[in-house]
Design a protein around this ligand. Structure first.
Ligand SMILES: Cc1cc2nc3c(=O)[nH]c(=O)nc-3n(C[C@H](O)[C@H](O)[C@H](O)COP(=O)(O)O)c2cc1C
Length: 195
């Protein structure tokens, strides 16, 4: 298994598909930042300033928040998407951001990018369907979504405290193991791109 070079850390961009201040998915990314293995840096990007996709606007040039989003994806070795599930699907906020980042089609910043998909919900199914839809989207963008392990956090209200700290020990361990696997996944594609 590839391990990160301390001189060249694995740079990960964390994206939460929720704008809610007390979002569990944003809190999950903060926990990931804390629990990241040695050599992995996670920067969190806030989607609040990303407008709705509009091809007419795009034709005039990307709005600055979109350009900044694309630059952040481009600079990252891998993307970690923490998605809620809305009505058994991926929330529009997340899908809209991916739609912007998927353009222009053949030279998009998502092309060939390793991606991790995780999610948290107070519900019982742990965002399984939302995650599944998001993975499907990454087939078209030619992004490399890590197949296993998965991280599905159900009953999030019992696992995060009122300040949004991940307090459930077992979930912290699962997250840690997920991040170790994701680090190896990202490095694998990074090394392949160098060859
Ligand atoms: C429009 C809407 C639809 C939802 N649908 C689902 C759903 O299908 N499955 C689920 O587990 N939770 C569902 N929820 C509850 C969300 O999981 C919950 O609001 C969660 O806290 C959202 O993620 P966040 O904490 O990161 O904002 C829905 C919430 C909203 C607002």
């Amino acid at each position: 298994m590839a391990s990160p070079d301390p001189q060249h850390p694995v740079r990960v961009l964390g994206i939460a598909g929720s704008l809610r201040r007390a979002s569990y998915n944003r809190a999950l990314l903060r926990a990931a930042k804390d629990l990241a293995p040695a050599g992995m840096d996670i920067e969190i990007f806030d989607l609040a300033s990303i407008p709705l996709y509009n091809a007419d606007v795009e034709a005039q040039g990307d709005p600055e928040p979109v350009a900044a989003f694309k630059r952040a994806i481009s600079a990252a070795d891998g993307i970690l998407m923490a998605t809620p599930e809305y009505n058994h699907g991926v929330p529009g906020i997340m899908k809209n951001a991916v739609d912007w980042a998927s353009r222009p089609p053949r030279s998009a910043v998502l092309n060939g990018k390793p991606v991790g998909v995780i999610g948290a919900t107070p519900g019982l199914t742990g965002t399984a369907r939302g995650q599944s839809q998001l993975r499907q989207v990454f087939e078209f963008t030619n992004s490399y979504a890590m197949p296993q392990p998965e991280l599905l956090i159900s009953r999030a209200n019992e696992k995060f405290d009122a300040e949004g700290r991940l307090t459930d020990e077992l979930t912290r361990q699962h997250l840690q193991r997920y991040l170790e696997a994701f680090s190896a996944w990202v490095l694998r594609w990074k090394q392949q791109q160098k060859q």
